[in-house]
Each structure stands twice: as C-alpha cells, then as structure tokens.
Design a binder for this molecule. Structure first.
Ligand code: ZN
Length: 304
C-alpha cells in the first residue's frame, strides 16, 4: 500500500456556492509526503494552505481553511473525494476563496480525479489507528471515534422536517463503498433558511443544480432524491472530508449523532492532542495483518 497522487494535472471551472462567482481550478500531482495543499493563484504571493486540522479557521456553513491571512472555504467535498480514492498528495491551484460547489456532492470530483488517473508513488501510506475511544459532545450532539479494524461511519441525523426527521446510516468503507453509496449524496438546505442566507449575502451561487432544497411539504428538485436517505449520506460525506484533515486515513469507527462540521473538528482536534489514543502505522504488512481493512485506498478499490 503505497501513497498516491494524480497521473497528470486536470483543470475545471465551477461556481462558488456563497460568492456565486466563477472559479478556475487545476489539480496537479505532488511528491510523496506532500499531502493535499491549496494554492490561491489569485493572490499576489500565491499563498499555500495545507489541508490540515491546524489550518481550520471556520466551520460555520462549510469547512474553511486559512494560512497567512488567505482562506479557502467549502473544501470538504473535494477532500472527501481525495480520501475516498486514496489520493494522498496533490496541489490544488484555485483563483478564488471557495472550492466550486459543482452538483453539491463529491461525484464530479471523483469523476475528474479518475479522468486524470491515479499514480502509485514509492513511499508507504500511513494510517492513524484508533486505540482508545475519543468522544466530544455539545448538548445532545455527540461524536465518537472508537477502535475498529477498518473504517466505519455510523451517522444519525434528526431534523424537525417531516421529509428527514430521523435518518441513521452505517457504512463500512471497503470495496468501493465510497463511490457507490456516498460520493453522489448532495448537500441540502431548507427553503426558509436559504432565503435568510441570501438576504445576508450568502449562498449567492446556490440553486437546485447544486443542492437539495426542501420546501415545507416537498423536495423542490424536479428529479427528487438520489437515495431515500440522501441527507444522512451527505453528512457521512462531509465527515469523511473532515476526517481527511488528520492528514492520513483513519482506522476506527466514527459514531456521530446530530453532529456537523464544528463538532467533527472539535473531535479531530481532540484526537490530535490525545497522542495515547492512537498509533501512526506505516502501510507495510503490519497494517494488513493487524487491521485487515485499511478502509480507503486499497489498490484493488481504485484501478489506476
Ligand atoms: Zn457538505
């Protein structure tokens, strides 16, 4: 199990959800151990912002990273696509402060990364293996990372809306589950809240093409939902993007109840500071033998 990057660069254009403006992106291959690094090409000194928990500066509507005064927001769906395809190293050149929203899911990013191709590098992958449970909570919201021989996410959402109410979903990530079951789940919003966001200058680029919009009585998107439980699946997608900020794939069981970006980040920060609760393992034979399923990025799961 070696680290991976892209086989060749790929460029695309999209719309930023909050600013509503056109964004140009080029994703380039990067050296082993480089990690995922954003470069703001619209700024004079091309500020680099590494996708790392230390650089999280805001978690209000999306996950925003910042470094040296530069910011990049709505990174979570793209980061989930990297982790989901087992890509460890890439440089993302971007001429805006937000990643394009595309269709509101990670599916277009997965398609683009697959089109670029995936290259196996000559350095072992590393994994963060959870040894003791780590938990954070906020009122009735909670999220836990517990030991498990693989990556599993069990997520429960509860919304005071009859089309969602309570949804629970458990996924074990192996054999292409991310691409089949999770990457297509779109972000969602409630019409009433979107109107308030717009009035305050947010969600300018939001439309039925890039999110599920819930009216009082029905889903407003003509084609309906991609999965009956698309809402909780999108929350799993978001949490994968959040987990990727650990810098290496995690092996453990994430159990979330009514959690979101803010609480997920609180957990990830706690993981980083609780050095005795996990072990960093190189993907030599040791992982394969002791953990059986290193969740993401098995060669068999992603044809190069
Ligand atoms: Zn999302």
């Amino acid at each position: 199990m070696y680290q991976r990057t892209l086989a060749r660069p790929i460029s695309f254009t999209g719309i930023g959800l909050h600013l509503g403006s056109k964004v140009n992106v080029t994703i380039r291959p990067a050296d082993a151990d480089n990690g995922i690094v954003f470069v703001r090409t619209d700024l004079p000194d091309h500020v680099e912002i590494k996708a790392d928990v230390e650089n999280v500066v805001d978690t209000k509507f999306a996950t925003t990273l910042g470094h040296n005064g530069a910011k990049i927001s709505t990174v979570e769906h793209l980061l989930a696509a990297f982790l989901g395809l087992g890509i460890d190293n890439a440089i993302i050149e971007i001429d805006s402060s937000e990643v394009p929203i595309m269709d509101g899911s990670a599916s277009p990013f997965v398609y683009l990364l697959r089109t670029a191709g995936i290259k196996v590098q000559n350095r072992f992958k590393r994994f963060l293996v959870i040894k003791k449970p780590i938990k954070v909570s906020d009122g009735d919201k909670k999220v836990i990372l517990a030991p498990l021989k693989g990556l599993k996410i069990t997520y429960t959402v509860e919304f005071d809306h009859h089309l969602i109410s309570r949804q629970s979903c458990a996924m074990e990530f192996s054999n292409g589950v991310f691409e089949r079951e999770i990457c297509r789940a779109r972000t969602f919003g409630f019409l009433k809240e979107i109107e308030v966001l717009r009035a305050n200058g947010f969600a300018k680029g939001g439309s039925l093409d890039n999110s599920i919009v819930l009216g009082d009585f029905r889903v407003l998107n003509e084609d309906g939902l991609r999965f009956p439980d698309e809402f909780v699946r999108h929350k799993i997608l978001d949490s994968i993007g959040d987990l990727s900020l650990l810098g290496v794939p995690v092996i453990g069981h994430l159990i979330a109840y009514k959690s979101g970006h803010a609480l997920n980040h609180k957990l990830i920060k706690k993981v980083v500071s609780n050095r005795k609760s996990w072990r960093l393992v190189k993907a030599a034979d040791e992982v394969a033998e002791t953990c059986q399923v290193p969740s993401f990025g098995l060669l068999g799961e992603v044809p190069a």
